[in-house]
Design a binder for this molecule. Sequence first.
Ligand SMILES: C[C@@H](O)C(=O)SC[C@H](NC(=O)CC[C@H](N)C(=O)O)C(=O)NCC(=O)O
Ligand code: NI
Length: 139
Amino acid sequence: MKYLHTMVRVTDLDASLRFYRDALGLEVLRRTEHEAGRFTLVYLAAPGQPEAQVELTYNWDPEVYTGGRNFGHIAFAVDDIYATCQRLMDHGVQVVRPPRDGRMAFVRSPDQISIELLQAGPALAPAEPWVSMPNVGSW
Ligand SMILES: C[C@@H](O)C(=O)SC[C@H](NC(=O)CC[C@H](N)C(=O)O)C(=O)NCC(=O)O
Ligand code: NI
């Protein structure tokens, strides 16, 4: 068995690409338009990790997605959690759980999907502004 992808339905594909591609740094591997089913699929992955994908599903006809607590988050290891969080903030993304411990942070996608960011290797040394940055809501 081989892990392929996690699929999330998105309400605004352009906003989601600005988040997953531009802010988070994932690369678009493939995009398919499905006229009959009236939906678009976009597959993304971390650079150099094409085997572990996020599949964005965009239904052309608007739907309301009520996410249950059963879905937790999608997690990524990052080389520098401070730089990653700064880039996300520079793209207008709120860091709901700042990396005060130099190790873990959470952000949410435009559709409120939780994204966990974990520092690869040892935690970074405590540093401002992260040390004194409060949580924002839940994740
Ligand atoms: C190609 C493979 O990775 C897929 O996931 S296609 C699965 C297929 N997706 C859709 O039909 C997308 C549009 C649909 N309206 C939806 O929102 O899912 C599918 O069978 N989806 C059903 C599901 O529960 O994922
Ligand atoms: Ni799929």
